[in-house]
Design a protein around this ligand. Structure first.
Ligand code: AMP
Ligand code: MG
Length: 472
C-alpha cells in the first residue's frame, strides 16, 4: 500500500500563492501499464502493488485521508517569452522519504485539468507517459540525475489528440518540482517576501549546507547553476537533446525533467533537433549549453531582490553570477567529454582533438553512440578496426590516452553501447498505444542495462525524419 509511505507534501508550508488545492478526475477503468518496483524500493517503499494503489495512482481515489492534493503555480520563459503557467494537468499527491533521507515528491500527470489548465484538457496519453518512464530509467541507469516514473496507469478513457488515443496517468517522482519558473513566478507576481520564503524552502530541501552561510542566496544561485551546467554537459556527452529547455522545465534540484519532445542523436550533427515546434533550432543539441546559460541568467535575475540590500549591488551580483556560468559549463563539458575520450585530466589542448573528431564525425555522418563506443573497443583491443578512418587523429588520440591514468575505465563508463534508438522506442510506444505493451516492456528492461549489446539499428518503421512533439 503506497498510502502507508505517503505524507503530505511539505510544499504546502508555502503560502497559497504557490499552489491550488485540487481534486483529480476518476479513471473509468484503471489498469496497470507499468509499476516501477525498482524505484519503489529505492524510495524505501516495500509493497506489492494492489487495487488501492491502482486507484490512487490513477487519480481515481485520493491518497489516505487528510492528505491535501495540489497543483503548483509557476511561470516561465517558453521559447524566450515570459508566460504565467502552472501545473495544468499535474497533481502532487504527497512525498516519501527514501532510506538515505532524501525527500521525493510524487506527482500525477494526466489526472485532469487544474485551475492552471488554460485551454488544455488536463489529460495525457499512453505513449508520452511511457516515454517519461523509459527516458527516466535510462538516464538513471547511467547515473544522470533525473526524475523517474513510479507508475503508468491506463485510465480506460480515450483522449483526443490527432486521433483518439488511450488515456494514461504517470506518477512522477522528483526530489522536488521546484523550477526556475517557480522563482520567476514568486519574483514577478509575488514580491520579495514570497521570493524569500521560496528560496528558504529550496535551500532547506536541496542545499541545506548553505543554511547559516554569510550569503546563502548568492551561493544558492551559484550552486543551482553549477548543477545545471553539469547536467547539461552530461546530456551533451550522451547525445541527448532535451528539446524544450524552457525555464519552467529547469529543475532547481538539478534533475532532468519533462521528456515530451526529447530524443537522442544518432548521426552526428551539432545542430541536430527533433521537436516539431523548435523551428529555429533554439534547443538543438549544440545550443544546449548556451540555452542553459540563458536560463541561468533568468534565474539570477529573478533572485535579484535577495542578492544584496542595495539594488545596484544586487544587479552587479546577478550579472557576475550569469557571467560565471560559462566557466562552469566549459569545465563540465571538458570533464564529461574528457571521460568519453579517456582523459581524466582534460587539458586545454584537448579541445582541438575533440573538435577535430566532431568535425570528422559530422562530415561522415557517423553514429554518435557507436563512434565513441567503437573508440573504446578499439582502445581495449576488442576490435581491429577503429570506427573512424583518420590515421593521423587516431595516432594523436592514442598517444594522448597514454598520459591519462586509466583511459579505458573512464571510456567504458562514459560510452554506453545502448541508447534508446528513436524509431525503436517510437515503434514500441505506438505498439503499446495499439494495445500490446509487450515490446515496450522488453525495451524498457533492455534500457536498464546501457552497456549491453547495441540494438539492431534498422527499425521496423521505414526511415523518415524523426519528429517529436510537446504537450502530449
Ligand atoms: P510542458 O510542455 O509539459 O512543460 O507543459 C507546459 C505547460 O502546459 C504546463 O503549464 C502544463 O501543465 C501545460 N499543459 C500541457 N499539456 C496540458 C494539457 N493537456 N492540459 C492542461 N495543461 C497542459
Ligand atoms: Mg513542463
Amino acid at each position: 500500500m503506497i498510502g502507508r509511505y505517503l505524507r503530505e507534501s511539505s510544499y504546502l508550508n508555502l503560502p497559497e500563492f504557490f499552489y491550488s488545492l485540487i481534486q483529480t478526475d476518476p479513471a473509468p477503468h484503471p489498469e496497470w501499464a507499468v509499476f516501477n518496483r525498482s524505484l519503489a524500493r529505492d524510495l524505501g517503499m516495500d509493497f506489492e502493488e494492489d487495487q488501492d494503489d491502482l486507484l490512487i495512482l490513477s487519480g481515481s481515489q485520493p491518497p489516505p485521508p487528510g492528505l491535501r492534493v495540489l497543483a503548483q503555480a509557476y511561470s516561465g520563459h517558453q521559447f524566450g517569452h515570459f508566460t504565467k503557467l502552472g501545473d495544468g494537468r499535474a497533481a502532487v499527491l504527497g512525498e516519501v522519504q527514501a532510506p538515505d533521507g532524501t525527500i521525493w515528491e510524487l506527482q500525477l500527470k494526466g489526472s485532469g485539468p487544474t485551475p492552471y489548465a488554460r485551454r488544455g484538457d488536463g489529460k495525457a496519453v499512453l505513449g508520452p507517459m511511457l516515454r517519461e518512464h523509459a527516458i527516466g530509467e535510462y538516464l538513471h541507469a547511467l547515473g544522470i540525475p533525473t526524475t523517474r516514473a513510479l507508475s503508468v496507469v491506463l485510465t480506460g478513457e480515450p483522449v483526443w489528440r490527432e486521433a483518439f488515443k488511450p488515456g494514461a496517468v504517470v506518477c512522477r517522482a522528483a526530489k522536488s518540482h521546484l523550477r526556475v519558473g517557480t522563482f520567476e513566478h514568486a519574483s514577478y507576481f509575488g514580491g520579495p517576501e514570497q521570493l524569500r520564503l521560496l528560496a528558504d524552502f529550496a535551500i532547506q530541501r536541496h542545499y541545506p549546507h548553505l543554511i547559516g552561510e554569510p550569503h546563502p542566496y548568492i551561493e544558492f544561485v551559484r550552486q543551482v547553476g553549477q548543477a545545471q551546467a553539469d547536467l547539461v554537459a552530461r546530456w551533451m556527452a550522451l547525445g541527448f537533446i532535451h528539446g524544450v529547455m524552457n525555464t519552467d522545465n529547469v529543475a532547481i534540484s538539478g534533475q532532468s525533467i519533462d521528456f515530451g519532445p526529447c530524443a537522442f542523436m544518432e548521426e552526428y550533427r551539432s545542430d541536430r533537433r527533433f521537436s516539431s515546434i523548435d523551428t529555429e533550432g533554439r534547443y538543438a543539441w549544440g545550443r544546449q549549453p548556451a540555452i542553459a546559460a540563458w536560463n541561468h541568467a533568468r534565474f539570477s535575475e529573478a533572485l535579484i531582490p535577495l542578492l544584496a540590500d542595495d539594488e545596484t549591488r544586487a544587479l552587479e551580483v546577478a550579472q557576475t553570477l550569469s557571467d560565471e556560468f560559462g566557466t562552469w559549463m566549459l569545465a563540465s563539458l571538458r570533464r564529461h567529454f574528457g571521460f568519453k575520450l579517456g582523459f581524466e585530466n582534460y587539458k586545454e589542448g584537448d579541445d582541438e582533438l575533440l573538435n577535430q573528431l566532431l568535425v570528422f564525425m559530422e562530415k561522415t555522418q557517423a553514429d554518435y553512440t557507436t563512434t565513441f563506443r567503437g573508440l573504446t573497443d578499439f582502445l581495449a583491443g576488442r576490435v581491429d578496426r577503429p570506427p573512424i578512418e583518420n590515421g593521423d587523429w587516431l595516432l594523436r588520440w592514442q598517444r594522448r590516452t597514454e598520459s591519462s591514468p586509466e583511459p579505458l575505465a573512464s571510456m567504458e563508463a562514459a560510452n554506453p553501447r545502448r541508447i534508446p534508438r528513436n524509431w525503436i522506442l517510437q515503434d514500441a510506444l505506438d505498439t503499446a498505444e495499439a494495445g500490446d505493451l509487450g515490446p515496450y516492456l522488453e525495451l524498457a528492461s533492455h534500457l536498464r542495462d546501457p552497456w549491453g549489446d547495441d540494438f539492431e539499428r534498422s527499425p521496423r518503421t521505414p526511415r523518415r525524419p524523426f519528429v517529436t512533439f510537446c504537450g502530449t
